[in-house]
Ligand binder design. Structure first.
Ligand SMILES: Nc1ncnc2c1ncn2[C@@H]1O[C@H](COP(=O)(O)OP(=O)(O)OP(=O)(O)O)[C@@H](O)[C@H]1O
Length: 223
C-alpha cells in the first residue's frame, strides 16, 4: 500500500531531513508518527501524500511511484490520500457544507450526488446540523472535524493527519481520534503525527519514530 525505499529528503540545498528511510505499510494499518519537533514528521507525511517528492529513493503509494507520475496522473493519486495538515486550510468565507463540497468540484458528480456525499461526510464526523455554520462559528475541535470531513469526502484509501488534536482538550481530542478509528475500522490506512503518546496508545498499533538522523519502526506505541 505504502512503500519507502532508500528515501532521502532535503529542501533546496539544505541538509537531509530524512535519510535512507525504508518501510512498508499494509492496507488497514493505524500508525503513530512520533518524534521531536522539527525532526521531519510533517515531511514524512507530505511524501506519503505526494505533496512533496523525495530527493532520492522511491515512494510507492498504491503501486505507483510518486516520482514517476506525470503531472496529469498526480492529482488522481493525491485523491487517494486524505490529508489533514496542521493548518486546516478551511475557507473562512464559506460555510461548513461548502468547505466539504470543495474537493468534489473536480469529481464530475452531479450536484445532488455531491451534496449527498458532503452531508454523509459531515454526519460521519458528527457535524450534522452545522452545515450553515462558518468556520469561525465552530469550536477548535469542530473545525478539526470539518477538516476531516473535507479530507474523507473523496473516500480516500489512506488518511494522514498532522497533529490533529493539538490545542484540544482531552475529550475533544478523543472524539477526533474516535473519528479516525471508525475510518480505520472500515479499512482506511491511517497515519497520525502527534506529540501525545498517551492518547495515541489507545488507537495505533505501530510507531514510526522520526528523530534527527535516525528513523525507527516500532511495533506498538512507544517512545
Ligand atoms: N518547505 C520547506 N522548505 C524548507 N525547509 C523546510 C520546509 N518544510 C520543512 N522544512 C524544514 O524541515 C525540517 C523538518 O520539518 P517538519 O515540519 O517535517 O518537522 P516536524 O517533525 O513535523 O516538526 P513539528 O513537530 O514541529 O511539526 C525543519 O527543520 C523545517 O524547517
Amino acid at each position: 500500500m505504502i512503500e519507502f525505499q532508500h528515501v532521502f529528503k532535503s529542501y533546496g540545498q539544505g541538509k537531509n531531513i530524512l535519510a535512507d528511510i525504508n518501510f512498508r505499510i499494509d492496507v488497514g494499518e493505524f500508525l503513530f508518527v512520533s518524534g521531536p519537533s522539527g525532526a521531519g514528521k510533517s515531511t514524512l507525511l507530505k511524501l506519503i501524500g505526494a505533496l512533496e517528492p523525495p530527493s532520492r529513493g522511491s515512494v510507492t503509494i498504491k503501486g505507483q511511484r510518486t516520482d514517476r507520475l506525470s503531472a496529469r496522473a498526480l492529482p488522481y493519486l493525491r485523491r487517494a490520500v486524505g490529508v489533514i495538515l496542521q493548518d486546516t486550510h478551511l475557507l473562512y468565507d464559506r460555510n461548513a457544507f461548502h468547505n466539504v463540497m470543495l474537493p468534489l468540484a473536480v469529481m464530475g458528480l452531479n450536484s445532488a450526488q455531491a451534496a449527498n456525499r458532503a452531508r454523509a461526510a459531515m454526519e460521519k464526523v458528527g457535524l450534522s446540523g452545522k452545515e450553515d455554520f462558518y468556520p469561525v462559528e465552530l469550536s477548535g475541535g469542530e473545525q478539526q472535524r470539518l477538516a476531516i470531513a473535507r479530507a474523507i469526502v473523496n473516500r480516500p484509501a489512506i488518511l494522514i493527519a498532522d497533529e490533529p488534536t493539538a490545542n484540544l482538550d482531552q475529550e475533544s481530542a478523543r472524539r477526533i481520534m474516535d473519528v479516525f478509528r471508525d475510518f480505520n475500522r472500515v479499512g482506511v490506512t491511517t497515519l497520525i503525527a502527534s506529540h501525545d503518546r498517551a492518547l495515541m496508545a489507545g488507537y495505533a498499533t505501530r510507531t514510526l519514530l522520526v528523530e534527527p538522523g535516525r528513523f525507527t519502526d516500532i511495533a506498538g506505541v512507544r517512545a
